[in-house]
Design a binder for this molecule. Structure first.
Ligand code: XMP
Length: 316
């Protein structure tokens, strides 16, 4: 049985022993993995840790504000960088999923590197977890996706890696979060490259705004349905904007709008997953709300019933 309290105590001592009186920096996305690491490291070395939240403009609705409030509440020394334009510029005209990930990873590192230098950090704390390593091709397995928090660091960055949760699976990280009193503990996972992986084809300010609102609607409707006892919360649930246009009709006029795919999965470890059996009435509310809110842009909502494998959980 995994003991979250013992794990946290052990890691605190390990981080203290490793970093001693040095400085460390962490890129904090607000996801459970990075927040757990930020809180552990902050407890171990105080303000000699700097948590940097890079607002790529690819975050979920309200996320930058939530992350700020949460880090404040947990007494973590942090800084927010507003870099939306820099990321959107880099993504202009790119449609290949791996190239998109690469651009985001590289720009992320550039922003982050500047902060690390300015802060005088010698160590980099990272929230890498076991499935990230497996899926990024370590341990002899092939590359599935280049997860942007693994192996993407330039060699000349010259920071020593500290990865407190690298041996844990998501559920164990959540247990540690609960133990530390982190509010994020029940939040669903969110990929490093953000909404870009849910926006197929070229990423633009407009497409990100559509998928951000659609994701918010899916999250909100499913959470409401779960509170009302209509269904259990799936492990992960979101929307993706797929590059298919289709004919619709609005106020008696023909439209040619975009397509939103709703995805909700059940899994233990994200290595394999099955589609969640969402009650039909919940799917209908999601669809009605998406077309009601985004009706001038979205003409069609579909539900993804594919397992992983062969599909991955995210669409890119
Ligand atoms: P896939 O789509 O590969 O996703 O089945 C498995 C889990 O990982 C998340 N994911 C990522 N997490 N960096 C991350 O930290 C990434 O680049 C990344 N890509 C996917 C995904 O949301 C799912 O929970």
């Amino acid at each position: 049985m995994f003991d979250a309290g013992a794990f946290a105590d052990d890691q605190l001592e390990k981080i203290k022993a490793r970093i001693k009186d040095g400085k460390a920096i962490i890129a904090c996305s607000g996801g459970v993995d990075s927040v757990v690491c930020a809180v552990l490291a902050s407890k171990a070395i105080g303000d000699r840790l700097l948590a940097v939240f890079v607002d790529t403009g690819l975050m979920r609705k309200g996320e930058p504000e939530q992350v700020r409030d949460m880090l404040r509440e947990m007494n973590v020394n942090f800084k927010i960088l507003n870099e939306e334009d820099y990321f959107l510029d880099g993504l202009e005209g790119i449609t290949d999923p791996e190239k998109k990930r690469k651009v985001i990873g590289e720009r992320f590192i550039r922003c982050f590197e500047k902060e690390a230098r300015a802060f005088g950090a010698k160590y980099l704390v990272q929230g890498t977890i076991a499935p990230d390593v497996i899926e990024s091709g370590a341990g002899g397995k092939g590359l599935v996706k280049s997860h942007h928090n693994v192996g993407g660091l330039p060699e000349d960055m010259d920071l020593e890696l500290v990865e407190p949760v690298i041996d844990l699976y998501k559920e164990e990280v959540r247990q540690v979060a609960r133990h530390l009193g982190i509010k994020v503990s029940e939040r669903q996972p969110f990929p490093g490259p953000g909404l870009s992986v849910r926006c197929l084809g070229e990423v633009t300010k407009e497409s990100i705004e559509i998928v951000r609102e659609a994701c918010h609607i899916v999250e909100d409707e499913i959470q409401k349905a779960s509170k009302d006892g209509k269904m259990d919360l799936p492990w992960q649930y979101f929307a993706a904007l797929i590059p298919v246009r289709s004919t619709g009709v609005r106020n008696g006029e023909r439209m040619y709008g975009r397509t939103v795919a709703v995805r909700a999965v059940l899994t233990k470890d994200a290595i394999s997953a099955t589609p969640a059996r969402i009650p039909y009435e919940v799917l209908e509310s999601i669809s009605n709300r998406i077309t009601g809110t985004l009706g001038d842009k979205v003409t069609r909502v579909v539900y993804d019933v594919t397992s992983k494998p062969p599909a991955t959980i995210e669409w890119e």
